[in-house]
Design a protein around this ligand. Sequence first.
Ligand code: ATP
Ligand code: MG
Length: 584
Amino acid sequence: MFRSIRLRIAIPFTLLILGCMLGMEVYLSNFIQSSYEKDLESKLADEAKMIGVVITPLLKADQPDLQSIDQSAKQWSKVLSARVTVIAPDGVVWGESEQDRLQMDNHYNRPEVAEARSAGQGQSIRLSATLNISMMYEAVSLESEGEIIGYVRVALPLSQVEENVRHLQRTVFGTTALATGLALFLAVLIANRTTQPLAKLTKAVEKLAAGELNASPLKAAADETGKLTIAFNSMAARLSTQIDDLQRERGKLAAVLQQMSDGVFIIDSSGIIQLINPAAEKMFGLNSDQAISKSAVQALRQHQAIELWQKCVSSGATEITDFETNHKVQVHGFATPLDPSLPGSILLLFQDLTRQRLIENMRRDFISNVSHELRTPLASLKAITETLQDGALEDREAARKFLNQMEGEIDSLSLMVSELLELSRIESGRVPLQIQPVSPLEIINQAVERLRLQSDRAELNLVIECPDSLPEVEADASRTQQVVVNILHNAIKFTPPGGQVTIGAAQKGRIIEFYVRDTGIGISQDDLPRIFERFYKVDRARSSSGTGLGLAIARHLVEAQGGIIWVDSSLNKGSTFTFTLPVV
Ligand code: ATP
Ligand code: MG
């Protein structure tokens, strides 16, 4: 655009200059030609007069010596490099430098001669009848005692005149062209010099507009553009800082939204989703690319959330509601108008209550489990006491049996209480761990030793898989042994006779994985996630032999030593419990 405007101006401007130059050239050459001709005329006239002075004596004689006159014409012609003709008063040619005078016409009526006859001096430019070329003639009449005694005519071929003029014209034209070229070149150079800072400035502004903010400042020239450049530099610097600040703020906001566990939506006045964070995506099973700039009603597909938003739009105040999303997330939702910063827009915020609900459920379960576990031995104790009161006390034999039973119930009660206490101490981090290098094989061997008898009684094949070369782990030996015993005990308890229980350890990089694999009853997918909870037992009626605390204790002990514990299992095929400990 800018370039085409420049061209539109530059082309006519150059043409104008060239036209002026051409006009000047024509005028100059005309001027040169006419002044040259005038000069030549007077020169030729002077020469003719001079010849006249010299030749007059020859003409004055009664019988003019035509031979000498002709000779003289030829000599003068050589001296002056011009055609010289001497003509008698009656027009007969007496002397001629270029031709045989005898062959020549009478010159009485030649225009220059006729003019010289009447005015003393005549001049004409015409085609020579004798030589058949264009010539410039200058004739003067020679007088003696008031009478014309002849004429002297000097002539130059016009071709030579024209050649001289052309030469002059060429010189003038060349000089003018050179001068014009030089002037144009200088003009372009100066224009470039003055427009260069502006061009640089234009480029910098274009870059700025394209978002390139880190360009180095321009050098300010000492001329008029300098102030503009300085102003531009400070503007660019300020803009860059402001945009940096904005970007930093945006980054902070994005980081907060990204990390927030609450789901956030911003819905504008026309019901279009303008913002959605990852937590909200997860809660409502959305993808921000698909949801942003879409209608909230279409994208959300959750009538409680839409109702919450609409209620807030119509009331203009904060609204609250609780519901479960289509993706099984319990949420506590708030809707708040964002006036006046974003008029008409609504902020929807959803707190995930799933974990809170889970904890509430766990607490409820825990209380009911504890009461359940306590009720059985207590009921049994109550029954024994009643039986004893009802007379069994008198029967010493029966009384001893009942007392033994009571002792057993009290033992299991105190075991449960001590396990619970232990668990709560481990959970609250109040169990001091004596971390030191321990050999994995030693841990496994000692645990197996403790349970060998039980496994033999259960008719199980107990296999150890543990290479001697395993490095030592960083652990509390007795606590780790407790973990292994708890898991191994379960494996023995939940594997029918004839089955196999394998206990082993293997190195995986900087950790050792301990595993206990059995061919037992397995655990269903529904129960797997809850197996490490306190008091959780898959089959309450059948597994009355335990309290459901073994795995909870194991998990807490493993995690307290910086490891993790998990289980892979399939129903009726067997289970594998695995936990990790760091290598020394
Ligand atoms: P406690 O260990 O306190 O004496 P418990 O063995 O019942 O009682 P946990 O060791 O915590 O409790 O185990 C919880 C439940 O997980 C068990 O009741 C059982 O249903 C299931 N379970 C644990 N290990 C196995 C296994 N190897 N095979 C099948 N089920 C298992
Ligand atoms: Mg157990």
